[in-house]
Design a protein around this ligand. Sequence first.
Ligand code: WQD
Length: 339
Amino acid sequence: MKILVTGGLGFIGSHTVVQLQNSGYQVVIIDNLSNASLEVLEGIVSITGQPPIFEKLDLKSKVAVQTFFKTHQDIQGVIHFAASKAVGESVVNPLMYYENNVNTLVYVLQELTKLKVSNFIFSSSCTVYGQADSMPISETAPIKEAQSPYGNTKQIGEEIIKDTCQVYPNLQSIALRYFNPIGAHKSAKIGELPIGVPQNLIPYITQTAIGKRDQLSVFGNDYPTKDGTCVRDYIHVVDTAKAHVVALQRLLNNENQSNFEVFNIGTGQGSTVLEVIKTFEKVSNIKLNYNIVDRRPGDVVTAYADTSKANKILGWQAEYDLEDAILSAWNWQKTLKKD
Ligand code: WQD
């Protein structure tokens, strides 16, 4: 059975390709290589021994998308990761985000609605909740005004899919709202490859520890939390990847209750930035050089998932804990060149 993974050379995409291949699916990857390199393809093959079909393609070209689906009529499912995801970048370049995250989604959905049956998994995000009023955050929490154009593209994306599913019953969809995916495959052959200065906490920590960065800046310790730093739900990227396979199987087996379902993908545990640093120091036996600076605009104070819906309905549960995830990120960082 052939599954298309858009953005399949990205961080979560590449780990999902591995899990799909391990589950016996034939995988077609589309990636425009704007935020990934072909080395990731080698990493995937070195893990699974199965070369996915790869097509370098930019989904911003409607014609390219139409041509692709004409030559791949036998695709049984699509997992759509291709999007830009840097919150700060989206604030300074909103139109790039709306073009890259929204137009591309529309072009893919237009082709899927022409197919008799199509199963569509959408890469969404806890960002859609904004600062939720109560913890843990459930799927029924109100969707608040987006904190950034990036978050808005995820909210808009879910709305587009929901509206389309109402008109095209052949389109069966699930949106997965990830919390904070971190870490790397245990082989350390694939992992997170931020281009330039990392925006996210874990790669910044590991790059500081390896000597690529001088010091980690902790963005504020005056929040109303146990130690004053923000709380997030850090989930191992392999657990996140496995959730996509389970969600796809739900659609392929026609087990879904409606043709648009939403699930939180997290561990259900919140950790502060300082707790993450302490955990890194414990698993790596390295004292991390960090200092406290001003808050980062747009940060929510606390976000961790109520995962009971995914646990019960998908039969999916995160298996790795924070230590496992951070150690896997460190093992991956040690394989990378320092320059
Ligand atoms: C986590 C915490 C920072 C860097 C991410 C992605 C976003 C979305 C949701 C997918 C915050 C603090 C960070 C640093 C720090 N993912 N921090 N120093 O903001 O929750 O968003 O997950 O949809 O695309 O960006 O994750 O890792 O950026 O920050 O103190 O150098 O770490 O303030 O409290 P975030 P993050």
